[in-house]
Design a binder for this molecule. Structure first.
Ligand SMILES: Nc1nc2c(ncn2[C@@H]2O[C@H](COP(=O)(O)OP(=O)(O)OP(=O)(O)O)[C@@H](O)[C@H]2O)c(=O)[nH]1
Ligand SMILES: [Mg+2]
Length: 205
């Protein structure tokens, strides 16, 4: 298997919510309680004609003595090993936590391309909250709302660029007509551009 995108992060940040959105199903249980997901869950996703496997993982708690959490840790480590792209999910309403830092250390060891996904930025005015997560040390941080889809299009555009079997930038742009959207500031150019580009209603943000 190539094209595997693993979603990892501490408990309760919204990994299963994003997983369900990407696979367009409700396979994973989402809940307010931490540590709901225990196993790795696999699903198929597609974005702009590229197909990939998404892996949802449990919220691995570093150093926990709980036997279940030890089992979850193993699941996460396997997911990191097999992943071609890692989505490191954090919660921008809570901000950076010591547990996020511990995750960062483990994820950094995997040496895979990592995108930091700052979830629960439910409104455009909350996207600035994601900025603090640049301190984790990765180049790209994406504010999203797994719940309502905000920002998921931009995230997926980047994910498909990183997939091993993705065409080169030149190839992928060869047959795409270029359309300019013009207008004065704040009339909705960006939103219109995204709506027309996104094939699926779920990601119209
Ligand atoms: N406001 C808001 N809440 C969200 C969002 N995404 C998830 N949640 C909520 O956050 C809680 C945890 O979501 P899950 O998807 O179960 O989180 P998880 O990371 O899979 O949790 P574990 O399986 O316990 O590791 C649930 O109550 C979700 O409804 C979001 O984008 N915005
Ligand atoms: Mg979960």
């Amino acid at each position: 298997m190539t094209n595997i995108v693993a979603i990892v992060g501490r408990p309760n940040v919204g990994k299963s919510t994003l997983f369900n959105r990407l696979i367009e199903d409700r396979q994973a249980i989402m809940d307010d309680q931490s540590g709901i997901t225990r196993d790795r869950l696999y699903g198929e996703a597609e974005w702009t004609g590229r197909y990939f496997t998404v892996v949802d993982t449990g919220g691995y708690v570093v150093g926990s003595e709980d036997v279940f959490e030890e089992a979850i840790r193993k699941q996460v480590e396997i997911a990191l090993l097999e992943a071609s792209v890692v989505l490191f999910m954090v919660d921008c309403r809570v901000g950076q936590t010591p547990l996020d830092d511990e995750f960062a250390q483990v994820i950094r060891r995997s040496q895979k391309p990592v995108l930091v996904v700052a979830n629960k930025a439910d409104e455009a005015m909350k996207t600035h909250l994601a900025a603090e997560f640049y301190a984790l040390g990765w180049e790209k941080v994406f504010p999203i709302s797994a719940e309502n889809g905000l920002g998921t299009g931009e995230l997926l555009d980047e994910v498909v660029q990183l997939l091993p079997d993705a065409p080169s930038e030149e190839e992928s742009q060869e047959h795409i007509p270029k359309i300019a959207i013009l207008g004065r500031p704040n009339v909705g150019k960006s939103f219109f551009g995204q709506c027309t580009y996104r094939r699926r209603a779920k990601h119209r943000y």
